[in-house]
Design a protein around this ligand. Structure first.
Ligand code: B16
Ligand code: MG
Length: 221
């Protein structure tokens, strides 16, 4: 059977931690008198922690000194991690666990490609760490999505060429990163937002029953 590299984003694809990021960023923005809505939050998906705060400050027309910047980020991450503590296996997004198990039983290489520096502890908390053959997260890369570094590194670890990779992403930046690497991009979320993806589903449960087999034959346009 042919093989592909199946690469999963974390936040918003494997688990709905995107809502925790939103709450924590909103609290941080409010503490600086900045109005922060879900529309802006959409643009932070897949974006690193530092870059996210830079964007929020720019939207609010605010500047803060370097020490405040660092302490705000520490605070944000602590609040985020408190919410992450509440996660259990039931928080894995619908259909993902089954999809991963099926890939494993058919011997397909699986990687995680996330901008998050918290990816490893989150996967352990969810009890699915061992389902991944390779993990590349925010601690392993220097360039943020839409730069393809995270997905290219994942392919290298899996020893698979980029043109044989399929990336599952919920963010615009992540879809662009996959496209920039010449990989097949599958969007999870709103088709209007993710129109640059090769295909979009609202969730893994919406995919046809034989979708893994279809993906094995799919060629990047
Ligand atoms: P952390 P992903 C991204 O993860 C999130 O989408 C983004 O909202 C977050 O700011 C970024 O990780 C950094 O996360 O603060 O945990 O290092 O979607 O690429 O899995
Ligand atoms: Mg994401």
């Amino acid at each position: 059977m042919s093989k592909k590299a199946f690469i999963f984003d974390l936040d918003g694809v494997v688990v709905d931690t995107a809502k925790f990021h939103f709450v924590a960023w909103q609290r941080l923005a409010a503490s600086l008198d900045i109005n922060f809505t879900e529309v802006e939050n959409e643009q932070l998906k897949g974006v690193s922690r530092v870059r996210s705060l830079e964007k929020i400050l720019a939207w609010g027309g605010k500047t803060i000194d370097a020490a405040t910047f660092d302490s705000k980020l520490i605070e944000k991450n602590q609040e985020y991690l408190e919410m992450v503590e509440t996660l259990t296996q039931t928080d894995i997004l619908p259909g993902v666990h089954e999809f991963l198990l099926r890939l494993r039983s058919s011997g397909q290489p699986i990687a995680l490609g996330s901008a998050s520096k918290n990816a490893r502890p989150i996967l352990k908390k969810l009890g699915i760490y061992d389902l991944f053959d390779a993990i590349v997260d925010g601690t392993d890369v220097t360039k943020a999505k839409p730069d393809p570094e995270v997905f290219i590194k994942a392919c290298q670890l899996l020893d698979m060429p980029a043109q044989n990779a399929i990336v599952f992403e919920d963010s615009i930046a992540g879809v662009q990163a996959a496209n920039n690497a010449g990989m097949i991009s599958i969007g999870l979320g709103d088709p209007e937002n993710l129109k640059e993806a090769d295909a979009v589903f609202s969730s893994f449960t919406e995919m046809p029953a034989d979708y893994q087999e279809q993906l094995l034959k799919k060629v990047k346009k």
